[in-house]
Design a binder for this molecule. Sequence first.
Ligand code: NAD
Length: 488
Amino acid sequence: MRLQTELLIDGEWRPSRGGSRIEVTNPYDSSVICDIAEARGQDVDDAVAAAAQAFPKWRALPAMARGGLLLKLAAMIEEHADELAALESLDTGHPIRDARHLDVPRTAAVFRYFGGMADKFEGRVIPAYPGFLSYVDNEPIGVVGQIVPWNFPLMFTSWKMAPALAAGNCVVLKPSELTPLSTLRIGELMMEAGFPRGVVNIVPGFGQEAGQRIAEHPGVGKVAFTGSTATGRRIVEASSGNLKKIQLELGGKGPNIIFKDANLQDAVNGSAWAIFHNQGQACIAGSRIIVHEDIADAFIARFTELAASIRLGDPSDPDTEMGPVTSRPHQERVLQYCAYAVEDGGEILTGGRAPDGDLAKGFFVEPTVVRAAPDDRVCQDEVFGPFVSVTTFRTDEEALEIANNTIYGLGSGLWTEDLRRAHRFAREIHAGMVWINCYKVVHPGSPFGGVGESGYGREMGFDVMREYTHTKSVWVNYGADIEPYYVR
Ligand code: NAD
């Protein structure tokens, strides 16, 4: 596999100005895949300058032409699906079956959706006063900075770039230093598709330097960030210099409530998907199971049996259901929470360790289920691994109280056959997204984002197009009298 390892700035692949490189590791066996150019502050400055220069022409293109390029890219991603899936799996540890059947098609779908959106995001006419045309236009912001994490690098490249470009902005995107490879490959496909130089710039580097520079850069009009709540706070501070528009998709601690009347097998299977897909490295993961006392034993028995049967292994093996987590420090952090669970008085029901044998060379953690109390660290902190807590409740009020006992408010789920209860909870849960008798269903048209310390702003659909534009009100007098005050 030939890999692109340089920075994409102004339509060219360039080395780092500082000459520094970052090693990229395969989480399956800790081997070094390659090294990539590290974007330094000056590289970010170059990228912002290139984007600013490209902006007037990009903005002036007919929206359908911008959309056409995104549609072309979507088709190219599908043509290169096997290669992109293999690359994503190698770099992140995603099982190849997920990379091929989820990450890649979802990435293509988002570029396609926003390719179609480009000329359908319309303005408005306000029925204001006779003789006036009052209309509202949506203007691109200019240069937008985008910073993404390591858990879904390919997908997040599309979530960030597609709407921003459709709306007429130019982008400077920083992938995570841990997983830059698929984003760089998308950059190559974009150049091949014919995106004009400077419209898209990709600058992998460390957060403290490249990320920080994007957040504070006076030439960047908006920063869109996906990552941890702690980093989100830093971005807000760094962006205050020119009062950038900000969009934050941060952490989560998704409650997943299983009521007494739930279809038990659906709840077991759906809850496993909610937490274990992508090794639990999902902001929307259903990481807190809250189950009714009367069915808790039956649920836990089936759920722990399923968790223990998940096939860990080489991500490139199509039979593998769970790969490693993305880095050694992250593996150590998840295992630390297994220790906290016990220290705080909880019980490990299955998992709780790194597997031995062949898998010990990678960053694996066994699927872990712990019984815990709502205030324990494992029920409060985002663990971001294949790790789920189980808590029981007796009344609906108690279930809601436990569900909302968190600083976060991103994904949430509930399993019940009772329609009234389902809608009541959907209204009262403190979250940006609620899944009823399902979990983690996403679509490019459905708003995605959080409340509380999970951030603000929304990805997807018309909502994200508003995030990437300024609203401009225009008044045209075509037949009204001029205000009489100063008419002589
Ligand atoms: P992180 O916050 O450590 O890093 C995210 C990105 O920010 C990386 O590119 C990193 O290099 C950069 N960064 C780090 N410090 C920075 C700084 N000071 N200034 C600017 N940029 C900086 O997060 P992570 O560990 O890569 O990802 C996991 C986190 O992402 C979890 O908390 C998860 O919940 C969250 N996440 C949220 C969503 C969502 O949509 N809400 C989706 C996926 C992941």
